[in-house]
Every structure is written in C-alpha cells, then in structure tokens.
Write a protein that binds this ligand. Structure first.
Ligand code: NAG
Length: 290
C-alpha cells in the first residue's frame, strides 16, 4: 500500500513539474541488445556499482577498479595502494606503489623486512651499509633484511609490488637478495605441472618466500591446498578461475588475492595466454609459536 502511495506521489510530482517519461528522451538506442561488442568482451568493470572485488572471513579478491592510491608517510612523489595489510588478519602487507618522476621510498619501520618486485619502469635500489646500488627493471626484484638501511628511488617513474613483514626468526641471518625472475631456475614440482621459481633462498634464514608460478591455458593445480600458511597473490598475466573456500572466481591479470590460513585454494588457467602469478608464502616459522 505504501509503495503504491509512493509511486502515486512520484508520478504526481513529475506531472506537476510538467515532466512526462516521453519527454526525457527524443530518441532511443537499442543497438546494445544485439551488439557485437559482446564478442569482443564487454567491459563489465564500467557497470555502475559493479565490482568482482569481495572481502570474506578467510579470503579477499581485490580487482583493479577497487584500488585506492594514497600518499604514505616517508614516500616522496609516490602513491601506494595497500591491497593486503594486518587489518585483514594477515602477518604481512602487500601493496602497489606508483612511483612518479623523481620519487623515493620511505624507510620500512624498525624490524620490518621488505621485498620489492618491479612491474614497470626503473628503480634504483641502495643499501647504505655497503654503498651498493642496483638498477632494477620489470621482472627484477630486491629483498632487504630488516633494519638494513635500504632505499629506493626512481628518476622517470616505476610501478612496484611490495611485500613487508616483521622479521620473525630469532636465530636467522637473512642477507640481501636481488636478481631477475627470468634467471631463476625452474624447480621440480612433483605431481604438479606449473613452472615454479622461488625468488628467495629456501633456507632457515628467511621467514617467507616469493613464488612465481606459470600455468599454460588448461593447466591447473593438482593439489586442492589447505594449509596454515598465508598467501598474498597478484596475477601478473593471463586469466582463469581461482577457487577460494566455496567460491569460484573468474580472475584476470591485475587481480590480487588474500588467502588466510586454511582457506581451500585452487587455480585453473584458461584463456589464450600463459598465466603467471607472484605469491607471498610464510615459511620456516613454527605454527605453534606464531
Ligand atoms: C644485491 O645482492 C647482493 C648479494 O647477491 C648484495 O651483496 C648487494 O648488496 C645487493 N644490492 C642491493 C642494492 O640490495
């Protein structure tokens, strides 16, 4: 009854304003109904209010239209978008950095280790302890141990992915690491088909590792993993279906995923290009202690 009353009032108000529905448009365009743009891939991201992003108890999918860039204390001429942070229950941060021309990084807080992966542009990595300086391009990475007085700067701009966490190993001796993903060996993955590269040494001196995993279209994880480790993932190329808990998400390059401990996880690559993702995984820690 109330609805009918409301409709009546709205209709009355329109008429009072001299507005008829037919006055709102002179001509109508119905061509989208049979549009061939569907064959080229409709840009769903442009639909009002539509996003594939979701935040659940044990996982999150953060798609590019949901990124929010802001300035961060300490950083100069750079904007960061924190995709994962301890606010979600994670023990690490994962964020994108848009470094503009003449930009520089802020120093990580005391006790925090930092891993930098370059997505585009060029960035200069420095370690003041040994006056080392290294120019990193897309596909290159650098790991800075906690409290290592490190710096990042860019003359012409760069796009970065950064992982950070408080170093958790009491007796570990993490050393600086840097290099290029392409130069890392492909490691054996018994029972699986993907190509695996690890960007940090698999030693007890590091409390996390960064995996780069490639799947050709049609390839999938064999193990439907459930484990205590946490993950932060960025799909660098390709598209497929990511299973998280009881949800199955169509994903594509640029999508980020947070996986809490014990969430059911599985990926199947689809589309026409090789899928590549970069993945944070905590290691070495005794789950009883952390
Ligand atoms: C790069 O890694 C080497 C060890 O492989 C280290 O000696 C050097 O200081 C690192 N450089 C930077 C800028 O992190």
């Amino acid at each position: 009854m109330r609805v009918i009353w409301l409709l009546f009032v709205v209709g009355f108000a329109k008429r009072a304003a001299g507005l008829q529905n037919s006055d709102l448009e002179d001509s109508w365009d119905y061509s989208n109904v049979f549009s061939t743009s569907r064959n080229e891939g409709i840009t769903f991201a442009d639909l009002p209010g539509f996003t594939r992003s979701t935040y659940q108890r044990d996982h999150a999918l953060i798609t590019p239209e949901s990124r929010v860039f802001a300035s961060m204390p300490g950083w100069k001429n750079a904007l960061t978008a924190h995709l994962i942070s301890p606010a979600t229950g994670s023990k690490f941060s994962m964020y994108l950095v848009d470094m503009k021309a003449s930009s520089a990084a802020g120093t990580p807080p005391a006790g925090v280790e930092r891993f930098v992966f370059v997505l585009d542009g060029a960035v200069k990595a420095t370690l003041s302890s040994n006056k080392e300086e290294k120019l990193l391009h897309a596909d290159d990475y650098a790991y800075f141990p906690a409290d290592s007085a490190n710096g990042l700067s860019s003359d012409a701009g760069a796009g970065l992915l950064i992982f950070e966490r408080f170093y958790a190993l009491k007796s570990g001796q993490a050393a600086p690491v840097n290099g290029s993903t392409a130069e890392r060996p492909v490691l054996p993955v018994p029972g699986e088909v993907f190509a695996l590269r690890k960007l940090l040494p698999s030693s007890n001196d590091y409390d996390f590792n960064i995996h780069v995993m490639d799947f050709r279209p049609g390839e999938a994880l064999y193990v439907k993993e459930v484990h205590y480790n946490q993950h932060g993932l960025l799909l660098l190329q390709g598209q497929g279906i990511y299973r998280l808990g009881d949800s199955w998400y169509p994903v594509q390059a640029g999508d980020a995923i947070w996986m809490a401990p014990y969430v059911v996880q599985w990926y199947g690559a689809l589309g026409s290009t090789t899928s590549r993702y970069i993945l944070y995984k905590d290691t070495t820690e005794d789950p009883l202690e952390h």
